[in-house]
Design a protein around this ligand. Sequence first.
Ligand SMILES: [Zn+2]
Length: 324
Amino acid sequence: MRSSSRRWGDVVSRLFAFFAALFLLVSPALAEKRIALTFDDVPRGRGAFFTPDDRTTRMIAALKRAGVSQAAFFVTPGNLASADGAGGEKRVEAYVRAGHVIANHSFSHRHLSTTDTAEYIDDIDRAETWLKGRKGRRAWFRFPFLDEGRSDKVKRDAVREALKARGLRNGYVTVDGADWNLETLTAKAVQSGKSIDMAALRDLYVETMVQAAEYNEKLARQAIGRSPTHVILLHETDLAALFISDMVAGLRKAGWRIVTADQAYADPIGKVSPDVPSAQGTLTEALAWERGLPAPRWYERSAPRIADPIFANRVLKEGSASGK
Ligand SMILES: [Zn+2]
């Protein structure tokens, strides 16, 4: 009797040790996935559903509801002169009052690869003049279109030097799910009077952004052997205003922790400037290229030719069964 209970005690303590070891093995992978949210092209023109003012109010409320204490908004001050620009300065200030931070996305949103270097740097300075002295300003520059000069290394290096000389750093991203494409497809569908399955649209938005994060997490682990604190590229869209808290819930369900933009840009991954044949896209992709990982090194739905049929099939109930 006594020896059998000792055996049981032995089995129980071995089982305990086994599960403790398993937990230690698994928990870092679960606990270490961190991501910050960033929104580009602020103040953006109107989308399918809301006025820009209404959208900002909804965005702020949704981020608060989701418990996102600090996201970054990358500002393109040239947008203030557009038809929807009225009140844009107040909208930027409202984000800052809600605890979020703002940074430079150039004045007029040009491609570096097709713009004269001096003009491009002037455009950065113009945006910085607008941002200087504002509350919530961070010294980060987000390249429009993530175009860092593509194959023109002279241009790439000139702008990298110009940023350094100005005390600005690259506001890189590690995750891109091409949220702007879903926004464009939605606006087009609304304009042409098509009926939209809003629940399907929400599910597609959330699924696409979570998959983009998971894809880049895996790629980053392969490239640098650890999980960096990620930065997801989003835009100030109606879809974000509608679904950002669902997206955050989806990320948390997949084991992600939402961190501040300040925490994300403190990750040492931001100190590297990869040397790749074409400087564009996410930092994860560039690191994967540099470390010789095989193609493809980008999340498939960031290509409209792959995302569009999925949208048509699931949100508009059009097309064949090809959309999964
Ligand atoms: Zn942009």
